[in-house]
Each structure stands twice: as structure tokens, then as C-alpha cells.
Design a protein around this ligand. Sequence first.
Ligand SMILES: [Zn+2]
Length: 318
Amino acid sequence: MKMKAAMMYGPNDIRVEMVERPSCPIDGLVLKIMAVGLCGSDIRNLTYQIGDRLFLFPGTYCMECDDCISGHSENCTNVEKDLAGTGGFAQYVAVSGRKIQLGGIYHIPEDVTFEAASLGEPLTSVYACLENIRVGYGDTLVIIGAGPIGCFMAQLAKLRGAQTVIMVDINEKRLEMSREFGVDHLVNSAEKDPIEAVNQLTGRLGADKVISANPSNAAQAQSIFMVKKGGIVVFFGGVPKGSLTEIDTNYIHYSNIWIKGHFGASYIQSKRAYELAIDKNFPSHKFITHKLPLDKINDGIELTRSGEAIKVVLLPQD
Ligand SMILES: [Zn+2]
């Protein structure tokens, strides 16, 4: 049997084609994909029925190594390639029995839309980052990068009680859209010096925490001058492969700055983030600006790239 799937042949070469539907692993299942976000209960013992509404968490972890056992499955190096499934930009995906045993499949409640549930994935990393650096009551947080991740961060920071969120970006359209998510101050770094702007907004003290959530080396270098003494800087976004960031380490040393990298989420953080995504009080509809059929995947990529969209969700069955 055939199905539609988006195949990647190279950079900027994604084609929607008819391919063989994956066959069902002996101990696994085949999931019909209703909604998949564009970017990126203990139910282990349940039997899945045809027609169940399920969420597939794409992360991989073994739950056997020291990192996994100690609660840091995001650092698992023991990953099995096929654990995440055969690829989400398609009409069906095969899920192995092992993935099900490891708790990588969650039920979607009847009153939650597939689109809202699909936010459970991008939300995981953001949820984990803000929890790890304990963004909380009274904090002033700077987020550099008003893309979908930056918008999730602003919303979650406010839910956690942050007092002030300052959003920095070079794209005015993105900045304006981020207002929706509780951002208090917008700084267009193409028009003014973002370090000076943050210093002015914080009474020259600097922010408690600064997160660089964008692919720019320059933003990483600037971020350390936006944080207060003893504050935390997080490098959340990956920069172009092989590029290096030049950083004033003396300034970091004398200012007692903590610098932290962030990638992924532990198993329990992923689960909590999913529960947040499907919570009635979480404004998932505000993040999903575009819903497109799978055939329009390239339009979705362009909408994301230009800053016109916050989150594009693809609906492979449309
Ligand atoms: Zn592991």
C-alpha cells in the first residue's frame, strides 16, 4: 500500500511523493499521522486499539544507561536509530515495540485537537530549559530570538512567574507577534544596540537570566553582557556547524557568570511538557498560525523562515 510522504533529497529539496506504507513491526504499531509540527501516564502496559488517538515522542533513550537511570535521558548515548519511528512528515509511521515499552507513546484525550497535541514536541526542550535554570517568580529574563521557541519561552516564563520578559530579535514582524505571549519589552537589535537596551531596561544591573535561542554566534557573544553578575546565560540555539563564538572570558570570570548549554529534555520533562501542551488552559491556538496539508510543506518552510508564521502544523491526512 502507498502513502504520501515528504522526502528530503538535500538542502531546500523536499518533495512530497507516494512511497510504500511502513509495515507493522511484529511487536509495534503503525500510527496514522493527523498533525505534525514543522521544525522538530504510565501507559507502557496498555494495549493499543485501532482508532486510538496517540502522540509519538520522537526522542530516543534506552532507560538502561547511567544517564537514563539518573533522570537525564536527554544525555543518553545508547540510542537506537529506529526508535523514533520512520519519519513524521508522512501519512503513517511505524513504531517499534521497544519504543512503546520505553513509554514513547502517549494517549491524546478526546477533547484535545491533534494540532494542540503536536506542540508537545517543540515544547519539551523549552520546558526543560526553563526548569533547569529555575526561571521563576521575580525573574527578569532576556530571550534573544522571537521565533516559535522564543515565543514558547516567553509564555512558559510568565506561567512560571517571571516578572519581566525582554525579547530581542532583528525581525520586526517576529517581535510584534511575540507580544501575544506575555513579552514586556521588545528590542529590535537591527535598529539599536541590544546590550545598551537591556542595560537601560534593567537599571544597568543586567537580567537574571539570558537565553540565546537563535543560530547567531554574535548573539551568543552579546548575551554575556546582558546578564547581571552571577546570572545565567544559556546557549539554547545551535549555531552553524563548525563556527566558533568569540567570548570575553575575563568578563565572565570577574562577573561570576554561569554559561550553560541546553539541548533536549529528560523523559519526565518531556511527559510534563506534553501534559502542558494538552492542558485546556494552555493557549496552543495562539502558537499555531498556519495549518497546511503535507503537499504544502515547502510553503510551510518559507512561512517559518520569513517570520510570517509562528508554528506551522502539517496535516498529512488533508
Ligand atoms: Zn540511556
